[in-house]
Ligand binder design. Structure first.
Ligand code: NAD
Length: 472
């Protein structure tokens, strides 16, 4: 199909070039920022049933300007070197945008995880980790993987255990991977983090009344219609939280097996349960089935959230997209060619490297927790509660009035780990959006948010390089 005319990595680099013309950095430095610093392609054998299968896998470290490098591991049959390089590059820019002090990286294993049983997946994951250890491509100060498409806390636990087997006694071993189960040095709030970040980001975008007026929308998320593609980790959490906390109306959900629609809105929580029980979104009560899974992308809606894979909006279908806002929860869902078509139509595109940065932000918190060897909130929670209780006592004494038990509990509560993680994530997403938005408003030649986000990233990575004095 002609949508493959430009590869994912080329698409990322074309966007880079567009922004590079607008920043004041030496040409050679821009070239250094753009290229992948280290690409490791590996092939290893794994026994699957009676057969020995040769598995193709990658780890790409895009930028060493800050260490460790950081990025998820993807399990998918679509994995190839171009894709992993593109995803690693996006990680560098993403980390810079949300002020997470890492270089970008990404990993990929070319398998269909649905066709492997749990034991086989464990063998693949442990062998992949061993290959990374052999080449010094993993470690708390070197390169720190995390979950991505097709992987989750279970795989991260296997990575941790394999790492520990080889590096027994290393004090900070738990920081070698993030997205781990909570009982195994993980952090509360990591599973929901990318989806929650998408919600905080969209909410902030929608809160700017003048920007919304320009695209014919009112301020705020409540009542806005939303279409979601992909009900995996990112899509399901983005949908659930936008519905429960933002009062968005989810009118359609597209999954691998097809797409469902309801004008009245779909209860995402119930849909997820239904899919877990039946294996499909099709037949969910109160919905009608769309002709194809791709048809959902072309529905009239306020917000479209592609949360599956890259290049799903391409030059063939871009003309038919009717959404006013697209929040790129997935990495690279819009090709370079499609972007121009959408911008000409006046669609507001919230770029992946900003809107899905919640995952790496909370991974950063997890890494910090692992290095500090202590849960966030442990030291100050009781102290704060005692102080607030004393304050309430003083207020009651001075006013002669008694504060109700429920209100008292609310105002005297000290923060738990999950409260602090969500608060840090919210602050990060709000702050980063306003930085990007201001760059877009102040620099006249910048016409879209992706270019503004790139400019923000290039300014930060460029100044890191210059401050490091790495060019003798
Ligand atoms: P996931 O594997 O948990 O879920 C992806 C879902 O998309 C699956 O349920 C799959 O069946 C569905 N899907 C695949 N092809 C589809 C299609 N053509 N139409 C509709 N549905 C389809 O993966 P995830 O972790 O949610 O990642 C999704 C995207 O978000 C990826 O682009 C990933 O790189 C990006 N992302 C993930 C994270 C993270 O923390 N997991 C962070 C940042 C970005």
């Amino acid at each position: 199909m002609s949508k493959q005319a430009i590869s994912f990595y080329e698409s990322v680099n074309l966007n880079f070039d567009k922004a590079a013309q607008l920043v004041d950095l030496p040409k050679g430095l821009l070239e250094q920022i753009k290229v992948c610093n280290a690409v490791y392609q590996m092939k290893f054998p794994v026994k699957v049933g009676n057969q020995i299968k040769v598995i193709e896998a990658y780890r790409v470290q895009h930028s060493h300007h800050r260490l460790p490098t950081k990025g998820g591991i993807r399990y998918s049959t679509h994995v190839n070197q171009d894709e992993v390089m593109a995803l690693a590059a996006l990680m560098t820019y993403k980390c810079a945008i949300v002020d997470v002090p890492f270089g970008g990286a990404k990993g990929g294993v070319k398998i269909n995880p649905m066709k492997f049983n749990e034991r086989q997946l464990e063998s693949v994951t442990r062998r992949y980790t061993t290959e990374l250890i052999r080449k010094n491509f993993i470690g708390p100060g070197i390169d720190v993987p995390a979950p991505d498409y097709g992987t989750g806390p279970r795989e991260m636990a296997w990575i941790l255990d394999t790492y520990l087997t080889f590096k027994n006694g290393e004090l900070d071993f738990a920081g070698c991977v993030t997205g781990k189960p909570i009982g195994q040095n993980g952090i509360r709030g990591r599973v929901e983090a990318t989806g929650r970040g998408v919600y905080y980001g969209l909410r902030e975008v929608l809160n700017h009344e003048s920007d919304m007026r320009e695209i014919g929308l009112t301020r705020g998320m409540a009542g806005k219609t939303m279409v979601i593609q992909g009900l995996g980790n990112v899509g399901s959490n983005a949908g659930l939280i936008s519905q429960n906390e933002g009062d968005a109306k989810i009118i359609a959900v597209s999954e691998y097996e097809g797409a469902v629609y309801s004008e009245k809105g779909i209860n995402v929580e119930k849909l997820i349960k239904f899919r877990n029980q039946t294996g499909s979104v099709i037949g969910f009560p109160g919905t009608k089935t769309l002709p194809s899974r791709e048809a959902a992308l072309e529905l009239e809606c306020d917000i479209l959230v592609p949360a599956a894979l890259e290049s799903v909006i391409h030059k063939e279908n871009a003309h038919r997209i009717k959404a006013k806002i697209i929040g790129e929860a997935a990495n690279g869902p819009i090709t370079f060619e499609a972007e121009q078509i959408l911008l000409d139509k006046g669609v507001l595109i919230i770029p992946d490297m900003y809107i899905n940065a919640g995952g790496v932000t909370v991974s950063y918190f997890e890494w910090l927790k692992n290095l500090s060897h202590m849960r966030f909130g442990r030291i100050e929670k009781r102290f704060n509660e005692n102080t607030y209780q004393s304050l309430v006592g003083v207020i009651e004494k001075l006013t002669g009035k008694t504060i109700g038990e429920k209100e008292k509990r609310l105002v005297t509560r000290g923060a738990d780990e999950i409260d602090l993680v969500r608060s840090g994530l919210e602050e990060t997403m709000v702050e980063a959006y306003n930085q990007i938005r201001l760059i877009g408003k102040r620099r006249k030649r910048i016409k879209d948010l992706r270019t503004a986000a790139f400019v923000s990233a290039l300014d930060k990575v460029g100044s890191d390089y210059l401050n490091l004095g790495v060019f003798p």
